[in-house]
Write a protein that binds this ligand. Structure first.
Ligand code: GRF
Length: 234
């Protein structure tokens, strides 16, 4: 299926059914945990149909297993040999085709995916990025923000496209920097924002308030254009 067809997966009749979500992870999975908790409490109308990890030691795997969610591990360091991104993508594609998600969420997934994979996934894919995009694409965002003397920082949720961290931004959460902030404190503060922004954005997608077809609000008579920005200072 081509990229242009993929958005129809969200446009289909999902209003009364939980949104089928697949999550790709590499690390601790605190964002995955927030989604699991929201799903289990009935606050978020989703079904996490599976979790893919590219690291066998990711704590996210334990979180998924504890919630009885199917897990697929395609470790990039198995048997001491680095798995190429192509091999990872081949396995991940088969797995995603099997799970048939409506939405794919990269939540702390730390490998760069190829345009071929991105253009052929069976559902729209979104990524959580720890900066106010388009500023500070890539890694080490917290330190770079401090070094640059920025007043504001935060996180963004954007559609994944072939260009790294460059797809349409759907939502952002902002905080203001304090003189006491360092990279570690900022990381904690931004992660708190992520834990609010991610379920909230998925709720807007599940309820079809945000259309991934048109990359706008579905009923945009009264709503501003995307990205929606929340000032969630903490
Ligand atoms: C998040 O803070 C995200 O910004 C970054 O990776 C982290 C993932 O955290 N890309 P977790 O695995 O969800 O705890």
């Amino acid at each position: 299926m081509s990229k242009s067809d993929s958005s129809s997966f969200v446009a289909k009749d999902i209003k009364n059914k939980p949104l089928r979500v697949a999550v790709l992870v590499s690390g601790s999975g605190s964002n995955l945990q927030v989604l699991i908790d929201a799903m289990q409490s009935g606050k978020l109308p989703i079904e996490i149909v599976g979790v893919i990890s590219n690291r066998a030691d990711a704590y996210a795997i334990t979180r998924a297993q504890q919630a009885h969610i199917p897990v697929a591990i395609f470790s990039h360091t198995d048997s001491g040999k680095r798995m190429t991104i192509k091999t990872f993508e081949r396995h991940a594609s088969v797995q995603l085709q099997d799970w048939q998600p409506d939405l794919i969420v990269l939540a702390g997934f730390m490998r760069v995916l190829s345009s071929d994979f991105i253009n052929n996934v069976p559902a729209p894919m979104i990524n959580l990025h720890p900066s106010l995009l388009p500023a500070y694409k890539g890694l080490d965002t917290h330190q770079r923000v401090i070094t640059a003397g920025e007043r504001y920082h935060g996180c963004s949720i954007h559609v994944v496209t072939a260009e790294l961290d460059a797809g349409a931004v759907l939502t952002q959460a902002l905080l203001s920097l304090s003189a006491k902030d360092n990279a570690a404190s900022l990381q904690k503060r931004v992660q708190k924002l992520e834990h609010q922004l991610l379920p909230w954005t998925i709720l807007l997608i599940a309820k079809q308030v945000i259309s991934l077809d048109t990359l706008s609000f579905t009923n945009n008579d009264y709503l501003p254009s995307l990205p929606l920005k929340l000032f969630l200072d903490n």
